[in-house]
Design a protein around this ligand. Structure first.
Ligand code: ZN
Length: 237
């Protein structure tokens, strides 16, 4: 397994919900910001349907706040929310256009997103929102570069994305050595305190440590104690 290329400066992480980054890619984000890279987050929803017993009207603002704290722990200060309805994101031209717009605005060389496949592993369904956002983010890279697909966009086309890295469990082609940053990934996930407290009686730190342990296991053929895996897509080459 190959290391993810790191000869780039700006990365844009596009996911559906607060916590999607923290369950997987945040350890890699911490490594990249340590290298001086500029990483920004775009969240398609505010995760307002994510806490049982808490009405979306209260939940959305709370989860946005938790996401901003999580981001700050790994060196990310730009966090945007697109306001799509949590749980009801539809794949289609509107979503592709909105993601093409944010790619044009942020002009990244690397796009990071989460698993867009139907399952995590056979028998475990991936959510409808994750499927829609992951696939639309991959498509939006080409849409952002083309002046004719969404002529209503006012930002100039951006053809500078060189890779998209999809954080997944299966089908991974590349990895990032996160041995030095797993602890910060745990701290980052812990910032989703209200969400994790509602999820389980297990203490937040224990939940977070267990999740990060699972998502940063050593990867076959990759020489690192802790690693995060990605399926890497190459553009423009
Ligand atoms: Zn999610």
């Amino acid at each position: 397994m190959e290391p993810i290329p790191e000869d780039w400066q700006r990365g844009l992480v596009i996911v559906a919900h607060p916590d999607d980054i923290e369950y997987g890619a945040a350890a890699a984000v911490a490594r990249w910001t340590d290298q001086g890279k500029d990483i920004r987050y775009v969240l398609v929803t505010s995760g307002e349907a994510g806490i049982a017993g808490l009405h979306p009207r209260q939940c959305g603002a709370l989860r946005e706040d938790e996401e901003r704290r999580s981001a700050a722990v790994v060196g990310v200060t730009t966090v945007e929310f697109l306001g799509y309805p949590d749980g009801r994101i539809e794949y289609g031209p509107q979503l592709r256009m909105d993601l093409a717009r944010v790619i044009r605005q942020h002009r990244p060389e690397m796009v990071v997103t989460a698993n867009h496949r139907e399952t995590w592993v056979p028998g475990f369904l991936n959510s409808a929102d994750h499927r829609a956002v992951g696939l639309a983010a991959l498509d939006a890279v080409a849409d952002a570069a083309n002046e004719w697909i969404f002529p209503e966009l006012t930002e100039p086309p951006w053809a500078g994305v060189r890779w998209a890295a999809v954080n997944a469990m299966l089908g991974i082609t590349h990895a990032v050595d996160v041995t030095a940053t797993v602890e910060r990934a745990v701290e980052s996930l812990c910032e989703h305190r209200a969400y994790l407290e509602a999820l389980s009686d297990e203490p937040v730190l224990d939940q977070a440590a267990r999740q990060i342990e699972m998502s940063t296991g050593p990867k076959p053929g990759f020489d690192a104690e802790r690693a995060v895996g990605f399926e890497l897509y190459v553009y423009g080459g």
